[in-house]
Design a protein around this ligand. Structure first.
Ligand code: NDP
Length: 249
């Protein structure tokens, strides 16, 4: 169903993967999307109509560069409807055995996934506070798991989920809701090579109750639905979208 302009949602790391699918989904629901990416590139528009494509705007934004991020959000807020949302999707993963995991790699993961996510929330606050808004942080279903060789990434996503709860409580009085969506295995550039491994495929067939990994659109439709309806009493929750993998015994 076509809908009129509904304000601007900024999506970080939205030129590919899950972020790109979220950007397309939000545009198809009538939102204007500020695609915040390092290269200021718009995602593949897929099946979007020419009119919908015109509501995808790209701005340069490395989320670890606060000055650039502030500028990108200020530009996004000037688009028709003003800023009504922020999706913190940009993230990186570095893996390796913990007994020799380099401090520099740990720092890099925390700088992007934790400090970058928090900085974006803080920088978006003055824009969102004007008309209220919704922040959705992309965490991971590993936010509450022990995972071999993933010490930095799992710690970073536990922090993203924790930041979500704290900001939800602190900013409720400002009319800002803060949620996290925590994906399970979704095939993207981040893990395509790993997911192609026969052993991992056999593991997934056994471990995910529905027997297969997800696609970016499985996450995008959940994020889109959160923006589509005013779920005024829902905040601070971490919504796990993992085909049941995180709860199966
Ligand atoms: P991809 O690697 O395909 O895409 C990640 C995106 O983040 C890229 O566009 C990348 O930009 C961007 N990015 C990385 N660092 C920065 C930065 N400093 N500033 C701005 N953008 C940046 O990953 P996914 O689409 O798979 O992941 C998206 C989110 O979902 C991540 O937070 C990830 O942790 C999370 N997630 C993914 C899962 C999966 O199975 N795929 C599972 C659970 C969570 P560039 O193109 O310039 O490198």
């Amino acid at each position: 169903m076509a809908k009129g302009p509904r304000g601007v949602v900024a999506v970080t790391g939205a030129e590919r993967g899950i972020g790109a699918a979220i950007a397309r989904d939000l545009v198809s629901r009538g939102f204007t999307v500020a695609v915040l990416s390092i290269g200021a590139r718009r995602p593949d528009p897929g099946k979007l109509t020419p009119a919908q494509r015109r509501r995808l705007h790209a701005f340069a934004c490395d989320i670890t560069d606060e000055a650039q991020a502030a500028q990108a959000l200020a530009q996004a807020a000037k688009l028709p409807g003003g800023l009504v949302g922020l999706v913190n999707n940009a993230g990186i993963q570095k893996d390796g055995p913990s007994h020799r995991f380099p401090t520099a790699d740990f720092e890099a993961v925390l700088r992007t996934n934790v400090l970058g996510t928090f900085a974006m929330c803080r920088l978006a606050h003055p824009h969102l506070v004007k008309q209220g808004g919704l922040i959705v942080n992309i965490s991971s279903f590993w936010d509450r798991m022990g995972v071999k060789n993933q010490v930095a990434y799992t710690a970073s996503k536990a922090a993203v989920s924790s930041i979500t709860r704290s900001l939800a409580v602190e900013w409720a009085k400002d009319g800002i809701r803060v949620l996290a969506v925590a994906p399970g295995y979704i095939e993207t550039d981040m893990n395509r090579a790993a997911l192609a491994n026969a052993k991992i495929q056999a593991y997934i067939a056994k471990r995910i109750p529905r027997g297969k990994s997800g696609v970016p659109e499985d996450i995008a439709c959940v994020v889109g639905a959160l923006y589509d309806t005013d779920m005024a009493f829902l905040t601070g929750e971490i919504i796990h979208v993992d085909g049941g993998q995180g709860i199966v015994h």
